[in-house]
Design a protein around this ligand. Sequence first.
Ligand code: HSE
Length: 306
Amino acid sequence: MSQNATSRIPASTTNLGPGFDVLGLALQLYSTVSLEITDNDTEVIVSGVDVEKIPSTPDHIAFQAVKSIFDRSGKQLPNGLKLTIANGIPAIRGLGGSGTAILGGLLTANVLCGNPFSRPELLNFASALEGHPDNVAASMHGGLVISVKENDDIHTIQIPCDPALHVVLAIPEFTLSTKKARDILPKTVDFSDAIYNISRSSLLVASIATGKLDMLSIAMNDSLHQPYRSTLIPGFADVVAAATSAGALSIALSGAGPTIAAYCLDNMQEVGTQMQEAFKHNEIPCEIQILGIDREGAQVWSDGDS
Ligand code: HSE
């Protein structure tokens, strides 16, 4: 049985406007999670982006994911486990960082346990730990992923995207927890708002699938969550307006925010500069990242693999 495993998991941006808890897109930005059986005490080591925001203890969600695989497979958790996370994803900013940690823990522990679980089973476990399937489904499969929960199972379809499509992320310095961004949402929605989102979410998937990306400007609008969440993000309307005038195809909140994602075929640098300026006018420092779409999804390997 393998004594070590390493995984590389892409970040994700989800919802894409109307596809709340359903649509996710994997991004070319990665965290690496390694798990090793050692003769020492258990340790959790975190390095990279935002280490001060992430616990370096067995409370880390990746370690909880590791434990869940040993539990489910009926194997005893080894005394000496070394979990190493090289984090490349800004934390608590709407880029699926917790989902990458969960998948990293599940995939590496699965290898150490002798691969008892299939990828669809691991995705079900990941969604249960995360509370919604969209981030983990995109990070697992890569590309644009539609995920639907039926009973306890997550059903997914991956849609190929135009390789020229890029995402310009304006990542504010402040964090916004998913819990806070979900608590602000109403408990019920108007029928007209539901239709607004169903129509746009369907159009969005069809636009990407057929390459009719000019439709995205209409397809990425949302009535279910952004109107509420934008109140938590100073400058949201200004950043959206700035990205639109700089030539973005469409703009949406990334996941629960506060990151704002602009979708572009060109003018990426200018879109980023204008989004950053708009946040700055609202006294919000932000980092810009221009990313392509990851197509490979989560990878896992062991030292013994050729
Ligand atoms: N679909 C989730 C939400 C993503 O919008 O709350 C959170 O990362």
